[in-house]
Write a protein that binds this ligand. Structure first.
Ligand code: ATP
Length: 256
């Protein structure tokens, strides 16, 4: 097993693929509750520019709550969220796009009656004028979306919807993209396509991706770093390669 396993709830490895120097996003000892249910219990992690950080764990581990707390949808009861050196723990959810954070929640929410192109335009609402070239870039990234640009979003397959919501988030020009369960219900071929594209974006544009997944095998195959949560606590943080090789850990927490 990886020797960076947490002792207590807040350990973050300093080796095993986590970068040195200031993080783009730093989550420090974060605790969040829904009434009496403590969903996050002292979680610490970091996400760096040019890296995919996968947050893994079973149902109810706290993955969605982590993203919702980072993006301001859920208020933490203690701990801090720091983006590029600035404490954003109490920042409004509306301010996050302007700060360079885009959150793609689970569920692929598109506006069914609007066309694909109109849905993309929603992603640019918080910005001033958006050049045609920026839409073209999204269509280049997702040719399947380009083919359907004038069709209503309700005709899209699950994979196409996932591409559309990622494309819409990219139009906000984020420095960090929070992605919640993008693989849910998709065929392995489509998951590989979407994850491959994320990898290209991260490598070529220095994007940071904080990827929440129950599909640990696929997530670890594309991620640089993995953070395993269980019952709201960090079990281990290490390089994706090390986590993938850790059979005990995989069986205990990752379901493969
Ligand atoms: P899943 O993949 O099933 O969404 P998860 O790892 O994302 O799991 P969370 O959804 O963050 O986990 O849930 C963490 C804990 O918080 C669970 O015990 C869950 O039941 C609880 N919880 C989540 N949302 C709420 C809510 N709105 N009200 C009350 N409890 C909640």
């Amino acid at each position: 097993m990886a020797d960076t396993r947490a002792h207590g709830s807040t350990a973050v490895a300093t080796d095993g693929g986590t970068a040195a120097g200031p993080a783009l996003l730093e989550v420090q000892d974060l605790t969040s509750s829904y009434g009496a249910v403590r969903a996050l219990d002292g979680v610490s992690l970091r996400a760096d520019t040019g890296r995919i950080t996968a947050v893994l764990g079973a149902n109810g581990a706290g993955k969605t709550t982590l993203l919702r707390t980072v993006s301001g949808l859920v208020r933490s009861s203690s701990g801090r969220v720091v983006l590029d050196g600035e404490d954003i723990t109490s920042a409004s959810v509306e301010s996050m796009v302007g700060r360079g954070m885009a959150h793609v929640p689970e569920g692929r929410g598109v506006i069914a009656e609007l066309t694909v192109h109109e849905n993309l335009r929603v992603g640019a609402l918080f910005r001033g004028k958006v050049e045609k070239s920026e839409y073209d870039r999204i269509y280049d990234l997702f040719p399947r979306i380009a083919e359907r640009r004038d069709q209503p979003a309700h005709v899209l397959s699950g994979g196409e919807r996932q591409m559309l919501v990622i494309g819409r988030a990219l139009l906000a020009q984020p420095r960090i993209l929070l992605l919640d369960e993008p693989s849910l219900g998709l065929a392995p071929r489509i998951v590989a396509q979407i994850f491959g594209l994320l990898r290209r974006l991260v490598d070529s544009e220095g994007l940071s991706v904080l990827l929440v997944e129950q599909n640990a095998r696929s997530a670890l195959s594309v991620a640089d770093v993995g953070v395993v949560l269980n019952l709201g606590r960090v079990v281990v943080t290490d390089s994706a390669r090390t986590l993938m090789a850790d059979e005990d850990l995989r069986h205990a927490y990752l379901g493969f």
